[in-house]
Write a protein that binds this ligand. Structure first.
Ligand SMILES: [Zn+2]
Ligand SMILES: [Zn+2]
Ligand SMILES: [Zn+2]
Length: 323
């Protein structure tokens, strides 16, 4: 919890998970928009100008085991074996027979060769010298091998077209994004402190398990063993009814009370209705930087300032515009 204030993140870098899907492991923790994939969450933040989306590279996913990191390997067009080598071939000009050079060699006379096809003695000058590929598996020779991709994990070999191509982007925080990010982490710290002050045992960014062993990420988990009370809380900038439904469901699974701290200024009526319906208590931060219950849209006491201003007074950090 103490590290939250000093949390910093430069960019969200992609990884490919064991299902061959691109994801951003930092995002699930930080961005909280769990009902969409991490990519959708990042794209929506990029659309809001909080992140810069930057092309990084492409990766190729094994169609058999979904692991990333296929290696290029050539193969025999005839039997598909990868045990092919580029080697020197001789073509006997008069009969056009061609074979690896050693097929023409004789044991007794180094300067003189022998053609296995026309069974003649042959001078070196009677050869065309070629570079060809030879398959050690089926003895086929060819000018160009097949292009293939080889999975180092499951050893599956496939034509490049069969691999799944994934484009990877990095997402960098813009100036606005940096402020947004700090707002989220500061709000989290503020709420964690609030529970801490009330004597709860608090953990931040934690994973909780239900009776069936299913894991859930929550921003804050606050417990009081003596009173047998358990709270889970999330911090969101924009809240959708789906976010609320999710939190309500997780709380039910974990037998906890759900709280949701909203860091944007207004919540639409549908959000309030969803919160009521799913038993989620909504919170906001007032002009003094104190956490309050979000009662209704017409809450007279709500501050006209932005969340940044409110948080600034609470934790004393300056927004980029002020500095
Ligand atoms: Zn594989
Ligand atoms: Zn072959
Ligand atoms: Zn010949």
């Amino acid at each position: 919890m103490a590290e939250l204030g000093t949390d910093s993140i430069e960019c969200f870098a992609p990884t490919v998970n064991d299902k061959g899907r691109v994801n951003y492991p930092e995002v699930a923790k930080l961005l909280t928009e769990r009902d969409s994939s991490s990519i959708e969450a990042l794209n929506s933040l990029a659309e809001r100008g909080l992140l810069n989306k930057e092309y990084k590279t492409k990766v190729y996913i094994c169609p058999s085991c979904q692991i990333e990191g296929l290696q290029y390997i050539t193969g025999c067009p005839s039997c598909k074996s990868t045990h092919t080598i580029r080697t020197r071939f001789f073509e006997h000009k008069p009969c056009s027979y061609s074979a690896p050079s050693d097929a023409f060699e004789t044991e007794d006379n180094g300067d003189l060769y022998y053609c296995p096809n026309c069974e003649d003695k042959v001078e070196f000058s009677e050869f065309h010298i070629l570079q060809k590929h030879l398959c050690n598996e089926c003895d086929e020779s060819f000018d160009n091998p097949n292009h293939q991709l080889w999975c180092l994990e499951c050893l599956h070999i496939c034509p490049p077209a069969n691999a799944t191509e994934q484009t990877l982007y990095e997402y960098h925080l813009t100036e606005n994004g940096d402020r947004w990010y700090r707002t989220q982490t500061e709000a989290r710290e503020l709420l964690a402190d609030e529970f801490d002050t009330r004597g709860f045992d608090v953990s931040v960014d934690t994973e909780l398990q239900n009776d069936e062993g299913i894991l859930y990420d929550v921003h804050i988990h606050a417990r009081d063993e003596l009173l047998n009370q358990r709270i889970i809380a999330d911090i969101h900038s924009t809240v959708t009814p789906e976010n609320i439904q999710y939190l309500g469901r997780v709380a039910e699974e974990l037998q906890a009370q759900p709280y949701l701290l909203i860091t944007e200024d207004s919540a639409p009526e549908t959000t309030l209705q969803a919160a009521y319906q799913h038993g989620v208590t909504l919170l906001w931060i007032d002009q003094n930087g104190s956490i309050q219950r979000y009662e209704s849209l017409e809450d007279e006491h709500r501050s006209p300032g932005t969340i940044i201003d409110r948080l600034s007074s609470a934790v004393g950090f300056k927004s980029a515009e002020e500095s």
